[in-house]
Design a protein around this ligand. Structure first.
Ligand SMILES: O=C(O)[C@H](O)COP(=O)(O)O
Length: 230
């Protein structure tokens, strides 16, 4: 059966400055570029060859995909970008410093916002300056589905239709797939793929730039999971 590789983007500028990011389109930091290139070398060493790539519409994931594919000599493969693989929208927290938020609202509340399955962050309204409704890349989306903030559950509910329509059919066709995306869109996908409970998903973390390789049986049950450590 085909293989699936998930990679969270390399360190971003706002990972470095410890700011909630979500749908804000920040770039990779210098370290993030190096992490993405190192991930590509790991893929090459492991002999992983891909037929199809998927990523979000956010620069940090797109660039991570490109650096990793370039290092593994497969920048040429077909790729599809979709908002459905975007980071979870962090609502009105976007742009705030995570440590300052913990001082203001307490560690417990910030941890709940960051890791709970179904608690929403404070929302951003559609007329807010930072709303995705004003961003050209989402112009073809029904305004009613452009979020003002998402929890992991809502993120999973918009990631999984893309899995069902595109990624799962590719894997069932025997295509090796690579997905470069984000901490929480990949936590959502991992929850679904590995059938992790709402309680246990709180403890799952995705390291930046670390490829996670899955093998499946012909029903897309996971038969093996390997992390290509940094
Ligand atoms: O959007 C963000 O701030 C990060 O990419 C992920 O943040 P988290 O670790 O707080 O979920």
């Amino acid at each position: 059966m085909a293989k699936l590789v998930l990679i969270r983007h390399g360190q971003s500028e706002w990972n470095l400055s410890n700011q909630f990011t979500g749908w804000v389109d920040v770039n990779l930091s210098e370290q993030g570029v190096e992490e993405a290139k190192a991930a590509g070398r790991k893929l090459k060493e492991a002999g992983l060859q891909f037929d199809q790539a998927y990523t979000s519409v956010l620069t940090r994931a797109i660039k991570t995909l490109h650096f990793a594919l370039e290092e593994s000599d497969q920048l040429w493969i077909p790729e599809t970008k979709t908002w459905r693989l975007n980071e979870r929208h962090y609502g009105a927290l976007q742009g705030q410093n995570k440590a300052e938020a913990a001082e203001k609202w307490g560690d417990d509340q910030v941890h709940i916002w960051r890791r709970s399955y179904d608690v929403l962050p404070p929302l951003l309204s559609a007329d807010d300056e930072g709303s995705a409704a004003k961003d050209r890349r989402y112009a073809n989306l029904d305004p009613r589905i452009i979020p003002g903030g998402e929890n992991l559950k809502i993120t999973l509910e918009r990631v999984i239709p893309f899995w069902e329509d595109h990624i799962a059919p590719d894997l069932l066709d025997g295509k090796n797939v690579i997905i470069a995306a984000h901490g929480n869109s990949l936590r959502a996908l991992t929850k679904y793929i590995e059938n992790i409970s709402d309680e246990d998903i709180i403890n799952l973390e995705m390291a930046t730039g670390e490829p996670v390789v899955y093998d499946f049986d012909d029903k897309l049950n996971v038969t093996n999971k390997t992390k290509l450590g940094k």
